[in-house]
Design a protein around this ligand. Structure first.
Ligand SMILES: NC(=O)C1=CN([C@@H]2O[C@H](COP(=O)(O)OP(=O)(O)OC[C@H]3O[C@@H](n4cnc5c(N)ncnc54)[C@H](OP(=O)(O)O)[C@@H]3O)[C@@H](O)[C@H]2O)C=CC1
Ligand SMILES: CC(C)(CO)C(=O)C(=O)O
Length: 318
């Protein structure tokens, strides 16, 4: 257990890796509710102070400043960090952490906050005994400009640990409290993996299909898509079972259709990535399920086909 005392809680040093839409949203939420010392990791050489703008859900514009830690100051700064929140895309996690991890002090804890699954398995060998927690958010945020974000939706943020991480130091109670106080609708789970699988099922059922059929989320409610969604989610449930994660197919399908309804007008993140010719997070969505299916020697033809179709789309521009 970390020794961060109550007295030091106010001075907890929290650094965010990935100053994008979600990284900046979490920064503003922490700045609003805690007295922690906050910063972003920059890829520039020198540190700087960056003005930020945040448009809230009720259209208020809040101005703040953030400390960006430049490479020249990594050594000195990172050694002091208590919590590193990683808010890059799933496919960026390992590369982003590689130069940072060796510079963190032994008190540092890492929180991964991204869509999809898999990076936690990739980074465990790189951790050298540092603690890690995992999370997923259903809040929405959009970059209006590099340093101006708008919150676009409320939603649950599910954070937690797992038995598979039990050998590593846990997040301290004080840091957990800072996160739960600052992030609205956030919850902590002793075993987070089932929650991550459930969110994965939602992303698997919605994201690739919206990119393949070039449609908004709501159009997936049509009868013509029902067999594909049913088969993809059924395959995921079977793979999860072999990973000792029990998911209920009916409950999961209900959740998928609820998200389709609640986000009917949205273009999914994968649709937007394809639209802007960006790499998608497919490898952490269907790719992760395919990887686990291969470990358990299970056939998942529908998920394989979704993966291949998105890879073909990406290949036209990447
Ligand atoms: N935006 C949303 O509403 C939601 C997003 N999510 C998930 O949250 C995660 C983050 O998404 P989002 O914030 O939208 O993505 P963004 O692309 O906006 O943010 C990622 C940020 O990380 C930066 N970055 C990438 N590599 C590095 C690195 N090596 N060192 C430092 N910074 C780096 C990027 O910088 P640069 O652009 O310069 O490369 C970018 O600013 C994703 O998994 C996404 O699916 C989940 C729910 C909702
Ligand atoms: C829930 C959903 C599908 C909302 O669009 C999403 O998480 C995404 O677009 O990545």
């Amino acid at each position: 257990m970390s020794t961060l005392s109550n007295q030091k809680t106010a001075l907890a040093k929290i650094c965010i890796l990935g100053a994008g839409a979600i990284g900046q949203l979490v920064y503003h939420q922490l700045a609003q509710q805690s007295q922690s010392q906050l910063s972003f990791i920059s890829r520039d050489t020198n540190s700087s102070i960056q003005p930020l703008h945040f448009t809230t859900l009720d259209e208020q514009i809040i101005r703040r400043e953030a400390k960006l830690i430049g490479k020249a100051d990594y050594q000195m700064h990172l050694n002091q960090v208590d919590l590193l929140i990683v808010c890059v895309k799933a496919y960026q996690v390992s590369d982003a952490l590689e130069p940072i991890l060796p510079l963190l002090g032994s008190q540092a804890h890492i929180l991964l906050l991204h869509n999809g699954m898999g990076p936690h398995i990739e980074i465990i060998p790189m951790l050298k005994g540092l603690g890690v927690s995992l999370g997923t958010t259903s809040q929405g945020a959009l970059k209006l400009d590099k340093w101006h974000i708008k919150q676009t939706g409320k939603g649950l943020t599910q954070l937690g640990s797992s038995e598979m991480l039990a050998q590593l130091p846990p997040l301290s109670i004080e840091l957990k409290q800072i996160l739960l106080n600052a992030i609205p609708q956030s919850e902590w789970f002793a075993e987070i993996l089932p929650l991550l699988w459930q969110k994965l099922a939602v992303n698997l059922a919605i994201n690739p299909l919206t990119a393949i059929f070039n449609c908004r989320n709501g159009e997936l409610a049509a009868d013509e898509h029902k067999p594909l969604i049913f088969n993809a989610v059924s395959e995921l449930v079977a793979v999860a079972k072999h990973d000792n994660i029990e998911l209920d197919l009916d409950t999961l399908l209900q959740r998928v259709y609820l998200v389709i309804e609640l986000t009917a007008d949205n273009f999914s993140s994968m649709h937007q990535d394809v639209h802007h010719n960006r790499q998608t997070e497919i490898d952490a969505i269907s790719g992760f399920v395919l990887q686990r299916a291969s470990v358990h020697q299970l056939a998942v033809p529908v998920i394989l086909s979704l993966q291949q179709q998105i890879k073909q789309i990406e290949a036209k521009y990447l």
